[in-house]
Design a protein around this ligand. Sequence first.
Ligand code: FAD
Length: 464
Amino acid sequence: MAKYDVAIIGGGPGGYVAAIRAVQLGLKPVLIEEDRVGGLCLNWGCIPSKALLWNAELVHLFRGAPEFGVTYDALHFDVAKAIDRSRLVVERMVGGVEFLLKKNAVTVVRGRGQLIGQHEVGVQPSGDVIEAEHVIIATGGITRTLPGIEIDGRTVMTSREALELRETPPSLVIVGGGPVGVELAYFYRAYGSEVTIIEMLAHLLPQEDEEISRRLERAFKQQGITFRTGAKVASFAKSNAGATVTVDTGGQEEQLSVDKVLIAVGMVGKTDGLGLEKVGVEVESGFVRIDERMRTSIPGIFAIGDVTGKLMLAHVASAQGVTAVEQIAGREPRPLDYERMPRCTYCQPQVASLGLTEAQARERGIDVKVGTFPYQANGKAIALGRTEGVVKLVADGQTGEVLGYHIIGQDATELLAAASLGSVLQATSRDVGWAVYAHPTLSEVLKEAALAVDRQAIHFWTGR
Ligand code: FAD
């Protein structure tokens, strides 16, 4: 019976990062994976979707090329080729992680892991039993479904099927206006589909600052993406050609006949079949309950990533993985602050944020100061012809600390890196605004928004 310091069940961005960090800390890990390393993120999430979204962006660029004096006689888009390319990108990334695990001498065991004791993991179908001082549960999540709507993978899809759909559906309803729904809406619209998003809450990307969500809605309307907010699916029926979805928007019903329906209403933790009840690991509302250092209710057993339901993002899973193994190595890591984690949506215009929205800050009774700066006043954005967007900073009026960074516009997801650093350093708007940024760059929007907190933006006139 093999014996390890830590057995990690699940090789996604939570599990594989934890394994590599464990080796760096002098621990002996074993990684148990039933499918392919890289998890949802590399195989069917972040990476293939971003490869496809780049395709959508290229389509947009080509459509707008005449504005830049670039013309062509005929333009063809082959969505099947885009899918093929996205799968190649996946292969390369998964191969990269396999290489890293090998180089770090991480033992990877193929099979389904299940807790059979506080320090024992059984593996199926081999029947092997792995003994480990500590266990990390990193099994990810499973797609939520809606009652009465069966996912058949053809007419009714999840993102999993969408990411390998080799033809563009003429029309499509997307249920769920969160990041996944919004990104795929942008993708299909770029390729010519008639897209309608149905979102239960008041806005698309309801977790974002309301001003940013409203701007995205405006941009989507201009792109011809239809959406219903404050709306729900009242009934659903499959037909020969597709499906009819009845949408209830504030008591008003309408019927939408479409070729395909995409369900993008989030995930629940993958907790079934893990033997959690047997060893007494507590599960709360479908997720493994953890403390601020990833410890479950049972000593020696940790959980990280989507299975914990904290903030279901790849970089959060990885950060949790590092925290868990640092804890195991006795390093007492700093607890993670989920409010200070970056959140990105890669449609166009991109949306990126970190920290509190203006409404959240006000709800907490903070004396809030807000600075905003539009892309249309930024030289680089004008040069690129990408003037849609804004940066909004939410600062504490007393201390000046920036509590929330909210960006919509070109390369917003890249600009957010500065916000991550600012947040870790607890930067004030003065710090962010007084740093010198290269000109001309899009990053100057961040500087100017920070200056705008105290009405000191240089390149925008807001009156005295
Ligand atoms: P996972 O990546 O789900 O990995 C879990 C692994 O555990 C899997 O490989 C699974 O096979 C394995 N496993 C499960 N049970 C067992 C078992 N019993 N035994 C052995 N192995 C097991 N996040 C971002 O940050 N940025 C994005 O741009 C982004 N885009 C996304 C796009 C889409 C379409 C989707 C669906 C998600 C996206 N996400 C994105 C979310 C991101 O994919 C997840 O947050 C991330 O993958 C979670 O990592 P994890 O390690 O917790 O779980």
